[in-house]
Design a binder for this molecule. Structure first.
Ligand SMILES: C[S@@+](CC[C@H](N)C(=O)[O-])C[C@H]1O[C@@H](n2cnc3c(N)ncnc32)[C@H](O)[C@@H]1O
Length: 269
């Protein structure tokens, strides 16, 4: 069973706008950070800061396409979600829209899937509490790199737009692998950088327009500049699939969503 909420230690390090960091980083590197610990604290602080406006901004900036992505990802795990007593983790759950989509698919008469929503941002979880309690989802405040879960305890781990923010991708994959039961499955929904003309047009929106609107509406400078930088730094699909295999996952695949703006990585333990 997951343990009760774990409070993470806080730091006073500020989250700057963007950057690739000056160290050989194994994961995300918000500007001004110089090791994994400071990167993680900067990410946590960023999401704490934007939590009150996160849902509104998400739906506005994606023109509601994000809802289709969550639903598609959830539907592709129907075979697990509708199993009796399935145990499912939404990793980096934030305010809970992925977890709610998972619940919508699992909600069949007789199905007793337990869904946990884990995040280290206290504010993001707080802003999702109403959804969590309405949909019978258990929030867990903890770090994705130190899951408060027993080995081989989950049937499915899904992460939507959160994995890219980890300070160490390899450690994140190993932690997911550890928590999954044999034959358990992982789904990682992440942004990507599509090629071609559409990619160029979208790139202009994503790098130039979205950060400005996001900064104006959220009133917080940094997070919406960090977003395109973190996507640019995230491994491209072939590299990510290699990393998943190196972590032990089998049958790995990537399914592009909406011309490859986003996509779902899948694998099996
Ligand atoms: C872009 S939000 C995505 C939230 C939600 N999954 C969605 O689709 O809207 C990324 C989330 O990942 C969380 N996160 C990033 N690194 C984390 C870590 N190491 N442990 C737990 N949560 C983390 C952040 O706090 C944030 O809530």
């Amino acid at each position: 069973m997951p343990e009760p909420l774990q409070q993470q230690p806080r730091s006073t390090e500020a989250a700057g706008p963007i950057g690739n960091g000056g160290y050989g980083s194994p994961g995300t590197t918000p500007s001004g950070t110089n090791d994994e610990h400071s990167a993680a604290r900067a990410v946590e602080r960023m999401f704490d800061d934007i939590a009150p406006r996160y849902d509104f901004l998400n739906h506005t900036l994606s023109m509601n396409v994000d809802r289709l992505w969550w639903r598609s990802a959830a539907r592709s795990f129907r075979h697990i979600l509708q199993k009796d007593h399935a145990r499912v983790l939404d990793l980096c759950a934030g305010t809970g829209d992925m977890a709610v989509a998972l619940r919508a698919v699992s909600a069949q008469p007789g199905s007793g899937a337990a869904i946990y929503a884990l995040d280290f941002s206290h504010q993001m979880l707080q802003h999702g509490l109403e959804k969590y309690s309405r949909k019978n989802i258990q929030p867990l405040e903890a770090d994705a790199l130190q899951l408060p879960l027993r080995d081989a305890s989950m049937d499915l781990v899904v992460s939507a737009f959160g994995f890219r923010n980890l300070a160490n991708y390899e450690a994140g994959l190993h932690e997911i692998f550890r928590a999954l039961k044999p034959l358990g499955e992982v789904g990682i929904l992440e942004f990507s950088e599509p090629g071609g003309l559409l990619g160029k047009l979208y790139g202009f929106y994503f790098r130039k327009v979205l950060p400005r609107i996001g900064t104006i509406i959220s009133g917080v400078r940094g997070p919406y500049e960090y977003l395109p930088a973190s996507v640019h730094k995230f491994p491209a699909p072939p590299q990510m699939l290699n990393r998943m295999e190196a972590a032990g996952f089998k049958d790995v695949s990537w399914t592009p969503y909406t011309f490859g703006i986003a996509g779902l990585f899948r694998g099996r333990k």
